[in-house]
Design a protein around this ligand. Structure first.
Ligand code: NDP
Ligand code: OXD
Length: 306
């Protein structure tokens, strides 16, 4: 077995070491142009040249949950694409989203500003019932986030492509359920994969359907959001604010208005980081399972796009 490692923006040495330790007997090497043919690959945003030079790949393991960048490329025929399933990301995502929702609901940014001015000011408690939260995408991450929000006793709604049933979450499904879902929510959390169906889904029409004083948490992909529409709805007062972790262009360009908007919190795509040891263990386990002819979780359907 030969495993090639080809991951943008990732220091290869610790991954190569970890994969070699987890897959004794396999050859594990970093891809360089002209590298010998391999049967497995560990990838993140690989160049098209890598895929063109490796037609014999049987399976590719993406070291993230989102495969949108990978599926935009021309893949070797018949290759299986497997994404990370949680691997330590869902708890981080739950922390991030709960923090953003609670920070907004409890007005911690305003208390922070007061404290910096030495002001001891109490604000009227806001009823939790006025802050129903909607989670778009009830997959590995969205389900965990919806459950975590429910533990804080927020009214929680969820939306997915196929119907789901989750304790404590009012579930909506499909395009036919979308507007009713939006109309229930004041806080909207996006955890959809980026596909042709979901690109630009956070736009003037959909965000206007949220309750007045709405708040957006986008932790999925920047191309889900039409930036100008969010800015217009913030300026018009329908939206109260947003926490954004992902952007159309990353790093977010210095001149982008999101950086300076008083009601937008920007973080640099860190809501759920890939954890190396957990990811290596998961990928090695899946490579071994595939070699035994077993099915693995997280196999992507390229037609569906996730
Ligand atoms: P999953 O594939 O497990 O879940 C996707 C969910 O979205 C499913 O519930 C699916 O519905 C739903 N969905 C897909 N298409 C549609 C549609 N057209 N209409 C309605 N619902 C739809 O993904 P994960 O939960 O693992 O990850 C979600 C995304 O989070 C990733 O694709 C990635 O972009 C992003 N991410 C961001 C990170 C960050 O640090 N900011 C880190 C990790 C991931 P169904 O259940 O019916 O299939
Ligand atoms: C991912 C990501 O998709 O880091 O895992 O965004």
């Amino acid at each position: 077995m030969h495993v090639l490692f080809c991951c943008a923006d990732t220091r290869p040495e610790p991954w190569l070491e970890g994969l070699r330790a987890a897959l004794p007997g396999a050859t594990v090497s970093e891809w360089r142009p002209g590298a010998p043919q391999a049967d497995h690959a560990v990838v993140w945003s690989p160049p098209q040249r890598f895929l063109d030079e490796q037609p014999a790949l049987q399976a590719m393991f993406n070291i993230g949950a989102g495969v949108d960048a990978l599926l935009r490329l021309r893949l070797p025929p018949g290759v299986r694409v497997v994404r990370l399933n949680d691997a330590g990301m869902s708890v981080q995502m739950a922390e991030y989203v709960c923090h953003a929702v609670i920070r907004h609901f409890r007005e911690f940014a305003a208390y922070g500003a007061d404290a910096r001015e030495g002001r001891w000011t109490l604000r009227k408690p806001r009823p939790r019932a006025d802050f129903p939260v909607g989670v778009m995408g009830l997959g590995v991450l969205g389900e965990r986030v919806a459950r975590a929000l429910h533990l804080f006793e927020f009214p929680v709604h969820g939306w997915s492509r196929s119907p789901r049933a989750l304790d404590g979450v009012v579930c909506h499904a499909g395009t036919e359920g979308f507007d009713a879902f939006l109309g229930e929510c004041r806080v909207l959390v996006n955890l959809l994969p980026l596909t042709p169906q979901t690109q630009d889904i956070l736009n003037r029409r959909t965000l206007s359907r949220l309750r007045e004083g709405a708040y957006l948490v986008n932790v999925a992909r920047g191309a889900h959001l039409v930036d100008e529409d969010l800015l217009a709805l913030l300026d018009g007062g329908h939206m109260a604010g947003a926490t954004l972790d992902v952007f159309r262009t990353e790093p977010l360009p210095a001149e982008h208005p999101f950086w300076r908007h008083p009601n937008i919190t920007v973080t640099p795509h860190i809501s759920a980081r890939t954890l190396r040891d957990e990811s290596i263990a998961q990928i090695a386990g899946k490579i071994q399972a595939l070699a035994r002819g077993e099915r693995v979780d997280g196999e992507v359907d390229p037609q569906r796009g996730y």
